[in-house]
Ligand binder design. Structure first.
Ligand SMILES: Nc1ncnc2c1ncn2[C@@H]1O[C@H](COP(=O)(O)OP(=O)(O)OP(=O)(O)O)[C@@H](O)[C@H]1O
Ligand SMILES: [Mg+2]
Length: 270
């Protein structure tokens, strides 16, 4: 199957994990915002078709507009272009689809959404090592993937599987991020180790994957996600925003490295 670039999009960055609930969507949303607020053109594609959380985390619930028989416009919030199954099929009803249908939805998200010219399209993957990642990797050149883990052994075990999956799919690994690494004590500002910080760095080393850093466990990060005001909006000088801007810097360094090793994935039109 030939890989076809997404029209006008310079770099696709996938955010995945082996295990659910480790913070992929939180990382994807805040990374996208940090990149955008640092002056890049950024889109966020919610590829979690069964459990789309981007609408809530971005605080947006609208129906996208069709602009032709086969084209829809992405929604926009805080300068980010957004697409999610949650905009098309709102409500609590779970969606049950088979692999080929998932494939078709992902292709439509890539090809029939008018993304425009973007420097980065961040893709929030569903948990696990399933059909969506396969469909993406087989049909589209992805610049690289980020694997999110928490420090717990079960999450690390699944993160290893995610790394192996991306290797098998020949998707470059930008690196591994350890989320919910430590708690910052409110009074003393001391770092409290909750799940055993450091496992992410160690696992990354063991697997020869770059380590992109640690993100603290902060009540404000969860509140920001639940209320549709992601932490990165607080800016790079705030305690809740800073970790995501630092992550964004590391990710951009890795994108440069990885892209430097390959031919450009797309010729962007003038
Ligand atoms: N660093 C953090 N500090 C505090 N809460 C966090 C942090 N990261 C994520 N959370 C919270 O943990 C929950 C799970 O996060 P999130 O939805 O981003 O995980 P996920 O990996 O995308 O889950 P799923 O596998 O279901 O898609 C959310 O309520 C989120 O707000
Ligand atoms: Mg998610």
């Amino acid at each position: 199957m030939p890989q076809v670039p997404v029209h006008g999009v310079r770099h696709l960055i996938a955010v995945g994990s082996g295990k659910g609930g480790v913070g992929k969507t939180t990382v994807a949303v805040n990374l996208a915002l940090a990149l955008q607020l640092s002056g890049n053109r950024v889109g966020l594609l919610d590829a979690d078709v069964y459990g789309p959380n981007v609408p809530r985390m971005m605080g947006l619930q609208e129906a996208p507009q069709a602009v032709g028989p086969n084209e829809i416009l992405p929604l926009e919030k805080h300068g980010l272009k957004l697409m999610s199954m949650g905009f098309l099929s709102p409500g609590d009803r779970p969606i049950i689809w088979r692999g080929p249908m998932l494939h078709s939805v992902i292709q439509q998200f890539l090809r029939n959404v008018v993304w425009g010219e973007l420097d980065y399209l961040i893709i929030d993957l569903p948990p696990g090592t399933g059909d969506v990642s396969l469909s993406l990797a087989q049909t589209t050149p992805i610049t690289g993937a980020i694997v999110v883990t928490t420090p717990s052994d079960v999450s690390l075990e699944d993160a290893r599987k995610a790394v192996l999956m991306f290797r098998q799919l020949r998707v470059e690994l930008l690196g591994m991020v350890e989320n919910m690494s430590y708690l910052i004590a409110q009074k003393s500002g001391e770092h409290v180790d909750v799940f055993g910080c450091g496992g992410g760095r160690r696992t990354a080393q063991e697997m020869s994957v770059p380590f992109l850093g640690e993100l603290p466990l902060m009540p404000e990060i969860r509140e920001g996600g639940d209320s549709g005001r992601p932490s990165a909006l607080a800016g790079k000088d705030s305690s809740v925003g800073r970790p995501f801007y630092e992550l964004a810097e590391r990710v951009l360094e890795r994108v440069e490295e990885v892209a430097g090793q390959k031919r450009p994935t797309i010729a962007v039109e003038d």
